[in-house]
Design a protein around this ligand. Structure first.
Ligand SMILES: [Ca+2]
Length: 299
């Protein structure tokens, strides 16, 4: 644990050193998007005491070490967005939002610099939108308990077709590194389901190994080079899962970002997108006022 704390302090120092000035990250919509506080302005007790300690709670059968965060930049995020899915491709960001109010379920394209919503479509009742993934010229969106996946044209946001499925839908990503392309879908449990991206038919499942099966609730996903990075529901932890084995090989405690935001209860980390052009990850959270571009670094 002492080593973990020491590593966290080092990570904080890296974050503080890499932090942009407030001017650099000032939002363009000051009336609705609060300015992000510099990390080094937080009191030490907040900076050095994460609100959760999930890294110790998620077992790691084949540890490859926990990863720290190196901040590249931050930019505004709609603080009214209950983020469910987040993806970036060729510099274009797409986000899905969902909420108890059906009208809050949307698919959006986001400006990667200003964070402004460039366009948005409401999904409409009774659907509660969840994760999204880009597949070619289309975006697939799953829904929480509505047993329906929507397929949108990426450029027009017009619905091309729908699929029905059993169970809940939480997160979605496309694994294109371990054989024929396959969607990876989470349902709030420790089981991932593989699906054919062309038909949405189930092609397999994967049990994620850890020592606390009831507590590992996998949410928003990002597939990268044979691994899945998964937000863990009710925590600010991201786990890195080896798709070949189902083992968690790394964990990333991103609570430092939430502390930086000083968000209220319930506003947890959710939303992860890999920018393969830059080798960086975009991280945000539900109702967070900022998106953080980071690199995951060895501790
Ligand atoms: Ca994602």
């Amino acid at each position: 644990m002492i080593r973990l704390i020491a590593a966290l302090v080092v990570s904080l120092a890296v974050l503080a050193g890499a932090c942009q000035s407030e001017e650099d990250i000032a939002p363009t919509r000051e009336s609705t998007l609060p300015t992000v506080a510099p990390i080094d302005s937080l009191p030490p007790s907040v900076r050095r005491t994460p609100t959760t300690a999930p890294v110790d709670e998620v077992a790691d059968p084949t540890p490859r070490g926990n990863l720290g965060l190196e901040l590249v930049r931050s930019f505004p995020h709609d603080a009214n967005a209950w983020t469910q899915g987040y993806v970036i491709e060729d510099g274009r960001i797409f986000e899905s939002t969902g909420d108890w109010e059906a009208s809050e379920s949307t698919l959006r394209e986001i400006d990667p610099i200003s964070g402004e919503t460039l366009r948005s479509v409401a999904i409409g009742e009774p659907y509660f939108s969840e994760g999204i993934e880009i597949v070619g010229d289309e975006i697939i969106m799953i829904t929480w308990q509505d047993n329906t996946a929507f397929v949108f044209d990426k450029d027009t946001f017009e619905v091309q077709r729908t699929y029905t499925y059993d169970g809940e839908g939480w997160g979605l990503c496309l694994d294109d590194a371990t054989g024929p392309n396959r969607l990876v879908m989470s349902d709030g449990s420790a089981t991932l389901t593989f699906r054919d991206p062309a038909t949405f038919e189930i092609t397999g499942t994967l049990e994620v190994a850890h020592n606390n099966q009831d507590e590992l609730r996998l949410n928003e996903l990002e597939c990268v080079d044979g691994f899945v990075y998964a937000n863990v529901w009710t925590t600010n932890t991201i786990v890195r899962i080896d798709l070949a084995t189902g083992n968690i090989v790394s964990a990333i405690d991103a609570s430092v970002l939430k502390d930086r935001e000083l968000g209220g209860a319930g506003n947890i980390l959710n939303g992860i997108a890999y920018d393969e052009r830059k080798g960086t990850f975009l991280l945000t959270g539900k109702f967070w006022p900022a998106v953080f571009e980071v690199r995951f670094v060895s501790q």
